[in-house]
Design a protein around this ligand. Structure first.
Ligand code: ZN
Length: 153
């Protein structure tokens, strides 16, 4: 079990240091900024959506390893997903991060994202891990203004 935990930590550190899909997406038709004032994490999310499908997604910003790793893993999980699928992933991910019990079906839906499960043991870091997802939600559903974790949680 502790080996598994080490492996999870390695993946988080790797994504935190070398985030995937990091940069500005030129063809984005949804752009949203998110901010977690408790930790100082800031991200800008760029989504290229066509006919309800996320064709491409990138982000940039700065913050702690958890916030960057979570955004990185999120972008990897969402490419070519429908908006409804992204909404469903968000709700299951939120459950992962705030409760410890998950059924097999939910774990399968999350795939690689289950790596962030350990965050649920650290309530102060939950907002770091969910920042990218709250930003995604606002971007896809055209909510106005910048996202802050202090309003949404
Ligand atoms: Zn953070």
């Amino acid at each position: 079990m502790s080996d598994l935990r080490d492996l999870y930590q390695e993946v988080i550190i790797d994504h935190g240091r070398h985030p995937r899909n990091f940069g500005v997406l030129e063809n984005a038709n949804h752009i949203k900024q998110g901010f977690n004032p408790l930790c100082g994490d800031k991200i800008t999310l760029y989504i290229e959506e066509k006919n309800g499908v996320i064709e491409n997604i990138m982000f940039n910003g700065c913050g702690c390893a958890i916030s960057m790793a979570s955004a990185s893993l999120m972008t990897e999980s969402l490419k070519n997903k429908k908006i409804a699928e992204a909404d469903m992933l968000f709700s299951v991910f939120h459950q992962l991060i705030t409760h410890s019990a998950m059924n097999e079906n939910q774990q399968e839906i999350l795939g690689k994202l289950t790596i962030l499960k350990g965050v649920s043991e650290f309530p102060a870091r939950v907002k770091c891990a969910t920042l990218a997802w709250h930003t995604l939600n606002a971007a896809l559903h055209n909510e106005s203004g910048a996202v802050t974790t202090e309003e949404s949680l």
